[in-house]
Design a protein around this ligand. Sequence first.
Ligand SMILES: [Zn+2]
Length: 175
Amino acid sequence: MSSVEELLIKMAKEILGDDVIDVLSLLIKRREEMKDEDIANELNLKINDVRKVLYMLAEQGFVISRRTRDKDTGWYIYFWRANLEQINNIILNRKRAILEKLKLRLEFESSNTFYVCNNDYARYTFDEAFENQFKCPRCGSPLSYYDSEKVKERLRERIEKLEEEIANETKASSN
Ligand SMILES: [Zn+2]
């Protein structure tokens, strides 16, 4: 298996869990379209379970389908294949989503003042601390000012690194 294929499986596992791996691995190995019933036969699975997995995979862009109408029954037949072309877009989209979260986090850190419990290290915003007379609402210990400069610095570093990666990969995929 190539590294792109391994990455696709690893990401599918992370996002959707172990249940989708057999189906995705089979489609990757085959390198051609398969009908859901053929996948079910091959893997000894119930066709409904296979369909459920295929739709989960398709929703996240790991597989794509093409449909044709069966001439005899008039019903649609779906052909499925692994969506290896989309791997870079999937990775990019995930990175963009992470970047958004980090930016929101940094904004939250930057627009709040924090207090921390000396006993259990729970952290509170100024408003929360003020409401509780600067005592920990969990254990009653006094709260002290929390310097979040290091937290913000780490967030800024991660944001910068991600932005760089996204810029490079966007350039690479448009070439
Ligand atoms: Zn406490």
